[in-house]
Design a protein around this ligand. Sequence first.
Ligand code: ZN
Length: 443
Amino acid sequence: MIRMKHLDLESRVHQRLDAMRADIIGLTQAMVAFKSINPRFMSNPDASEESQIQDHLEAKLKSLGLHLTRWEKEALRPNLVAALPGSSGGRSLAFNGHIDVVPIGDLEGWDYDPWGSDIVAGKLYGRGAVDMKAGIAAFIAATEAIIASDITLKGDLQLHIVVDEEAGGFAGTRDLIARGFRADGVIVAEPTSGRVEAAEGGLSWVRVTIRGRAAHAGWRFAQIYPQAEAEAQNADGVNAIEKGVKFVGALREFEREWALSRHHPLMPPGITTINPGVIVGGVGLGEDGMPRVTSNPAMIPDVCIIDFDFKYLPTETFDEVREEFEAFVSAFARTDPWLREHSPTVQWHLANIDFPPFSTPSDHPLVAAIRMAQQSQGIETVLSGKRAVTDAAFYAGAGMTPIILGPAGEGLHGDNEFVDLDSLIETAKVFAGAILRWCGIAE
Ligand SMILES: [Zn+2]
């Protein structure tokens, strides 16, 4: 009988969401119109409208009777948590969405005003439309429809609406979690075209610093070609850049072997890449970890710094992969007479970029709740894994169970970004169904 009642209530909520269609689209349009560019990517950070969009959303959430918490980790960059307390005895659920967006790039690439919220043929255009203001509109709408249907949930429902996802989450989700917000399940409403992304790999930035010996480049000839003793005496330089290039080549083989020997069912083969993204060579190691001299090719460089974007599988741990990588660096050093005596150093937590991985089992009750909510919409659930990293990582790192699910659209971080409007409404319905099933309905 509970099941019947449940379906009854769910269809009541869905009818309400259909009736709210214009309002849901209107809320998304209003959000897209705010230029809430992540200020870390702006020459004039004060021009970001992160604060203004949060004012707009705060007023909306208050009008629904939700309990609001608002704070700023960085000035003018407010985060919002809106809570709907349950009657007790149910599981708690948090939705997460970020209101910051990336810059628009060259305007010439856009056929629509990036802040104009134009609707053409069922698509709403604008920067942030699908990444991820529509996802936020969808979970606010789902919450509103449940409240308006006079349903009391057993478990608590929280809406986490944050800044700073596009720059690593320091002033947003990472701070939210540091402040102690917790939930039994978390849905991050990043765009997934309705796929349930139940896994995400780990990502860390790591720096390898290789030391050589500085010398005059005039005697390089004597290092690389056999010479009479008098010439050879002056040839004691060791070129750190060349050691670094050798390291990058060896690492490419390590990367390939890693890719061949490990796999996660929801991730494409070879996802565990180690990208050499920054390389800086020069003379002398400064306090800031960078070479002191980078403008004199007449010197044989004794410092080579290489920064890597290091990815690992959803089911691996940071400690495991760290140990393997360091063992590789040691093994590499043993192949070179100089490096054997002057081992490269490995520095983790570079720029504090550390995204813990997660792999939420396909039979987890949170996945089951979403599966049933999608079924009620005639949608067959497709499980997938996230290629990039999201704020979901930080919930996982704090021991929570996240998944990523959101609407369809294109142009993320590119030109002509849009969200598909039917997908937006469908997402709100799936969110509502998942809330009812996961949090439970009070009698
Ligand atoms: Zn996003």
